[in-house]
Every structure is written in C-alpha cells, then in structure tokens.
Design a binder for this molecule. Structure first.
Ligand code: ADP
Length: 161
C-alpha cells in the first residue's frame, strides 16, 4: 500500500468495550492514517447494551485517540468498508480458538471485496483471556471488573446488573 492512505476499520459487537478491545484499537490506530471503530448491529447476537450505548461507550473511552471515528452499521461488513473507503479490516486474535472463525471470515470477506486486507493484531498478553461475555458474566455475579474495562463501562455494567 505504498503511498496509499491507510483507512482502517475495526468492527465488533463491543458489548461492552473492554480493555482488550482498546488495546487492539490503539495498535490499529498507530498503523492507520484514519481509523474507524464500528459497532455491528447484528440482530443474530443478543446484546446487553443497545447499539447507541455501545457507540457512546466507545466514544468516551477512545477520546485519547485523536480522529478515531466511531459509528455503527447493519448488514455486510464489506459493504460498510466500501462505504467508508476502508482498505484494512482489523480483528483481534486472542487464542487459537478465535483463529478458525476469523480465518474463515477473512477469506469470505476478501472474496466479497478483493480490495481489502484483513489484518490480525495480538493484544498485550494480560488481555488474552478477556472477552465481553466473560466480563458480563463476572459483573452479573457481582464480581469486580476493574482492570478489565474502563471506568465508564464499569458504571454502565453496575447500572444494568
Ligand atoms: P465480534 O462479535 O465481532 O467477535 P467482539 O466485540 O467480541 O465482536 O470482538 C471484536 C474483535 O475484537 C474481534 O476480532 C475479537 O477477536 C477482538 N477482541 C475481543 N476481545 C479481545 C481481547 N481481549 N484481545 C484481543 N482482541 C479482542
């Protein structure tokens, strides 16, 4: 991509955003000229937080990253990538268990949109075991999620549970 502006798209459920997501976002940010974080409004996954609140939480927790654009979309990821002229899709890889699904999606997305590259980033090892679903489980059972999610997300979880 010599001399080409790198426009990155990091999509996810972000239900809610965790420090693992933010670790990946920072790494993606350092690579891109422009980075979009986009909440997938996927109706097949039952979410705890409505899309608007997930967007809001992402906005609040990425204020330190200048010019990161936060949005949401429905439908095909590659269509959204085309719309915003993204040329890289970022995904985070935690463990081998993420790999098979991500690999399959990457190949499907590239066949739907040959102009896009999928780049996998690996988080700091302290976030390797962190997922939004485990955080929701811990919060639901009254556990302390400090250190795993930003303070605003902690508050949002407290409100829900
Ligand atoms: P999705 O429903 O798209 O998997 P998630 O919000 O669960 O949405 O994850 C979005 C992306 O962030 C995925 O690529 C996922 O692998 C990655 N991710 C989530 N948590 C972490 C973490 N702790 N470390 C690294 N990557 C992560």
């Amino acid at each position: 991509m010599a001399n080409k502006k790198i426009i990155g798209l990091y999509p996810g459920s972000f239900d809610p955003v965790t420090n693992g997501h933010l670790d990946i976002a920072k790494r993606a940010f350092d690579i891109c000229d422009e980075l979009h974080l986009a909440v997938v409004g996927n109706p097949s996954k039952r979410a705890l937080f409505p899309v608007e609140e997930r967007v809001e939480l992402l906005k609040k927790t990425t204020k330190h990253l200048p010019k990161v654009k936060i949005s949401s979309f429905d439908g095909l990821l590659v269509n959204y990538a085309r719309e915003i002229k993204a040329n890289i899709i970022f995904r985070g890889l935690r463990a081998v268990s993420d790999f098979e699904f991500e690999f399959q999606m990457a190949l499907i997305n590239r066949s739907l949109h040959p102009g896009i590259e999928v780049v996998f980033l690996v988080p700091n090892e302290k976030f390797i075991f962190l997922s939004s679903s485990s955080i929701k489980e811990v919060a639901k059972l009254g556990g302390n999620v400090k250190g795993f999610v930003p303070a605003v997300v902690q508050k949002a979880l407290k409100r829900v549970y």
